[in-house]
Each structure stands twice: as structure tokens, then as C-alpha cells.
Design a protein around this ligand. Structure first.
Ligand SMILES: *Cc1c(COP(=O)(O)O)cnc(C)c1O
Length: 394
């Protein structure tokens, strides 16, 4: 990848990598090339672009930008994070086994158990922060170790370096879903992971206006396999979507700093609140993986989960009572969101499995935005008060 910004620091790469001025006009912003095909000089003589499912200039700019941010040598973009996840597991064949973390994005669990199992893949879900448990779950058929860290919604932290060592020893690939952390907070490839997967819908896009996904790696053979799948399956993003994510990554560094600073303040505020029973945030010293998070991540991220005293009904009442935090699925946008995982993002996981992972019916999840933090804590306080009133709307 010939790119002036390959060796630059993070925020500089975020603004520039993969995006030289448009060669035909000098436009500083990568154009949204609305085209499905490209004129060839002679049969199979062209400028590297022959058909837009296979190769697309706006998409290529984003793929190069994401590769640079993750310290990878290539990136491949997909129509959603789920499509990116699907592409990775599509490299496997019937009979292959996958070990995955048991506290993961609900849609990933659904894809693995409801779709891929029908095609003969086998999955074992374990607590990937317990490296010995991962080692024990791996069999000679295990081809892939799938990890989300920090996890969703319990914000548990898995040791990427250790898991890379275990995967390598067993001849399996390590894929890390880096959606929650973003490359600003951690770069799994530099810790030994083989593949990084993103839902660019979240922090990379950052403005809740696009759905997209990506896979980033270093190994050429993995690129060839995934590039083949990207083209053969065809779950590619449109050019405007790629443009929006590119615009998002330009401000990733400053947004993440603010998300993290706000989240730390909100987490500290909740810990002090007499009506709050439990707070899960890796940036708090009381979090059981705080030291690992400090070693592995630049900052602790923008996601928090917590439990009120009083369980399900109070949690639902609180989630319906916030005014600055919007009640919505998703995360990672500039605006703050509140969610109730048991009935929203994680409803597709059977209750028994959820309970095993500590995901109780009373758990609430916050995606802390970049608003003024005093407005966020005040909003949570008033919603907690309202959750105490039995007549409040549910
Ligand atoms: C949202 C999300 C996904 C799925 O991405 P989509 O873009 O919604 O398909 C995967 N992993 C994590 C951690 C997510 O938050």
C-alpha cells in the first residue's frame, strides 16, 4: 500500500490514510463514486477496477484507512458488522469447531447458533477471560477463536496476547471483534491476533447514520480467502456508506477521548449512587479486569453497564425515563443511549445462557456520548428517581 501516512501517528492516519486527493480533480474528500462498472481500454485492460462488487474506489479508500488504523496490511469492508463476521466464519468448512466468548454481541450469537450451525460448524461458548477454560475447550477441530473485548454487555476484558498464544499453539486463528474498543483504544493485530472485525456502524462511523462492517488483517493468504468471499458472497457496502464511515474515522481520536472521559465520570457517579447495586466499567479499580484493561487499552471505553437495586421492573422504568439518553439499540454514536439488553440487544440469547454470563434481567447498558457530562449524570439521577415511582410509564 503506497501511502504517505503509513508511518504517521494515529490521529494523523485517521484523517489522511488511504485518502490521497482525487487524482482527476484534486478534491480533498474522497468522492462518492456512484458507479457499478468501469470502462476498459481493451478486454481486461483497466485501472484496477472492473466491477463495483469486486472493487470500488470509495470502498478502497475506507479499506486502506481502516488497515492503517489497525496496524494491518489490508482491510475489507462489508455491508454490516454481521456480514463481516459471516465472512470470517465462511472461511471454515463443515465439521470445523469455533471457540467463542460467552458474553458477546447477541447478533453474533444468533448468526453462529441459528445459521452457521446448520452448515455443520460447531461452536463452544466459554469465558474467554479465563485462558485455561479456552485451552480446555479447544479440540483438534478448532479452527477459530472468536473474542470480543471488552465484552458486550458485561464489559469483561480478555487478554488478547495470551489468547493469541493459545490459538497459535493449537493451530487456530484468533479473531477479535474490536467494535467496542476501536483501534484508538487497542490494536489486536499488534498483540498477536490474526483478524480484527468491526461493526463500523458504531464508533468508527460514530454518528448513528450508517450500517457497515470490516475485517482487517496482515496475512496475505487470509486476505486472498476473505477477498474471494467478499466478492463471491457480495455483502459489500455502498459508496455513500463508505464515505460516511471515512468521515467518521477522521474524528475518531477526539471522539474516543471524550467518550472515555465522560464514561469514566458517569461510572464514578453511578458507583456513588445509593440506588445502584453494581457498575461494570473497566476503568474503575473495582472492576475485576481493571489491571488488564489498563495494560491492554489506552482508555477504558465509552460503554458502561449497571444494575439498579430492585431488578427488572425498575430497570425498565429507568430506561423509559431518561431524557438526554435515548432508549435505543446500538452504540458508539455522539449521542448517549440507554438500553435494556435482556429485552433488546441480547433478547436472541436464551435466558439460561444470559444468566450464566451474568446478564441479569435488571441490567442496563449505557453508550455514553460526547455531550456535557453534567447533563448526563443529572439525567441519570432524575431517571433513577422516576424509577422509584411505581406509576411511572413502562
Ligand atoms: C453491532 C455489533 C455487531 C454487528 O454489527 P452490525 O453492523 O449491526 O451488523 C457486531 N459486534 C458488536 C460488538 C456490535 O456491537
Amino acid at each position: 500500500m503506497p501511502d504517505t501516512f503509513e508511518k504517521a501517528r494515529f490521529a494523523t492516519k485517521a484523517v489522511h490514510a488511504g485518502q490521497p486527493p482525487d487524482p482527476t480533480t484534486g478534491a480533498i474528500m474522497t468522492p462518492v463514486y456512484l458507479t457499478s462498472t468501469y470502462v476498459q481500454e481493451a478486454p481486461d485492460v483497466h485501472k484496477g477496477f472492473d466491477y463495483a462488487r469486486s472493487n470500488h474506489p470509495t470502498r478502497l479508500a475506507l479499506e486502506r484507512n481502516l488497515a492503517a488504523l489497525e496496524e494491518g496490511s489490508w482491510g475489507l469492508c462489508f455491508g454490516s458488522g454481521s456480514a463481516a463476521t459471516h465472512a470470517v466464519v465462511t472461511m471454515l468448512s463443515a465439521g470445523d469447531h469455533v471457540v467463542a466468548c460467552n458474553d458477546l454481541y447477541g447478533g453474533t450469537y444468533r448468526l453462529f447458533t441459528k445459521v452457521m450451525e446448520r452448515f455443520g460448524l460447531k461452536f463452544t461458548f466459554v469465558s474467554t477471560y479465563d485462558v485455561a477454560a479456552v485451552e480446555k475447550a479447544m479440540t483438534p477441530q478448532t479452527k477459530l477463536l472468536w473474542v470480543e473485548t471488552p465484552s458486550n454487555p458485561m464489559l469483561l476484558v480478555s487478554d488478547i496476547k495470551e489468547l493469541a498464544r493459545v490459538a497459535k499453539a493449537k493451530g487456530a486463528l484468533l479473531a477479535v471483534d474490536n467494535t467496542f474498543a476501536t483501534p484508538f483504544l487497542q490494536q489486536p493485530l499488534t498483540l498477536g491476533a490474526d483478524l480484527v472485525v468491526h461493526s463500523t456502524t458504531k464508533y468508527l462511523g460514530g454518528h448513528s447514520d450508517v450500517v457497515g462492517g470490516a475485517v482487517v488483517g496482515r496475512d496475505k493468504a487470509l486476505f486472498d480467502k476473505l477477498k474471494f468471499i467478499q466478492n463471491a458472497v457480495g455483502a459489500v457496502p455502498g459508496p455513500l456508506d463508505c464515505f460516511l464511515v471515512l468521515r467518521g474515522t477522521k474524528t475518531l481520536a477526539i471522539r474516543m477521548e471524550k467518550h472515555c472521559a465522560n464514561a469514566l465520570k458517569v461510572a464514578r457517579h453511578l458507583v456513588e449512587h445509593p440506588e445502584v447495586a453494581l457498575v461494570h466499567y473497566p476503568g474503575l479499580p473495582i472492576h475485576k479486569h481493571h489491571n488488564l484493561a489498563r495494560a491492554q487499552m489506552r482508555l477504558a471505553g465509552g460503554m458502561i453497564s449497571f444494575e439498579l437495586k430492585g431488578g427488572l421492573e425498575r430497570a425498565r422504568r429507568m430506561a423509559s425515563s431518561t431524557k438526554v439518553f435515548s432508549l435505543a439499540e446500538s452504540l458508539g454514536g455522539v449521542e448517549s443511549l440507554i438500553g435494556h439488553p435482556a429485552t433488546m440487544t441480547h433478547a436472541s440469547i436464551p435466558r439460561e445462557e444470559r444468566m450464566k454470563a451474568g446478564l441479569t434481567d435488571g441490567l442496563l447498558r449505557l453508550s455514553v456520548g460526547i455531550e456535557d457530562v453534567e447533563d448526563l449524570t443529572a439525567d441519570l439521577d432524575q431517571a433513577i428517581l422516576r424509577s422509584l415511582e411505581p406509576q411511572a410509564a413502562v
